[in-house]
Design a protein around this ligand. Structure first.
Ligand SMILES: [Zn+2]
Length: 228
């Protein structure tokens, strides 16, 4: 399946995507990681380093080229879960030109839940792994399970900063979700409590995907078969 996962910061998007990946047998492609790795790319690495090192965003056309390269790799032939791209309707249209999606998972999470979740979120200083003291605590307090690095709370996880980020997210994502809703690809996944363990949501998404696949999406054209 070729899937995109959308959700505001604090929605658990990355956590769910990384757990769905082995269950579905498809790679989790996070554009943040992808661009970090692409710093060593033979063709685009130098340009990407220039943008990133000067604090600028890597332009859309380069991101898309890197992404296309990644989607062309053998492990993505059966599908992928894309996380962090597209970020606006223009990018979505460009993405349509290089791949055909099967489903778009839209995490619907009330603001109070996001605020509670983000306030207990900690991140590894070394590898960037995210933990949540409430729902996804590290095995040893203050220490990353993955690499043993120190965990810290980000400055931008304060309520006012979060609210501002959410506002921007909803402004950007509304036309984006509409783009995919018009194609009948969107699966809304509601998450109305800050304390739901990730496994529960992941199982819910798996169930929704199975049903969605069976009925062939919501009004999706039937000629887009053959790559499940
Ligand atoms: Zn770590």
């Amino acid at each position: 399946m070729r899937i995109i996962i959308f959700g505001p910061q604090g929605s658990g998007k990355g956590t769910y995507a990384s757990r769905l990946s082995p269950l579905l047998g498809i790679p989790h492609i996070a554009t943040g990681d992808l661009l970090r790795a692409a710093r060593d790319d033979k063709e685009y690495g130098q340009k990407i380093r220039q943008y990133q090192d000067s604090g600028a965003l890597v332009p859309d056309d380069i991101v898309l080229k890197i992404l296309k390269k990644r989607l062309d790799q053998p492990d993505a032939k059966r599908g992928f879960i894309l996380d962090g791209y597209p970020r606006n309707a223009e990018q979505a249209k460009e993405l349509d030109k290089i791949t055909t999606l099967d489903a778009v998972i839209n995490l619907v999470v009330p603001e109070w839940v996001l605020l509670q979740r983000l306030s207990t979120r900690v991140q590894c200083k070394n590898c960037g792994e995210i933990f949540n003291l409430r729902t996804l605590p590290p095995k040893k307090p203050g220490i990353c399970d993955k690499c043993g690095g120190p965990l810290f709370q980000r400055d931008d996880d304060k309520p006012e900063a979060i609210k501002k980020r959410l506002e921007i997210y909803y402004q950007m994502s509304a036309p984006l979700i509409k783009h995919y809703r018009d194609k009948g690809l969107v699966i809304d996944v509601e998450c109305n409590s800050p304390d739901i363990p990730p496994e529960i949501i992941v199982n819910k998404i798996m169930d929704l995907l199975r049903t969605f696949k069976k009925v062939g999406g919501q009004g999706k054209q039937s000629d887009e078969d053959g790559h499940s």
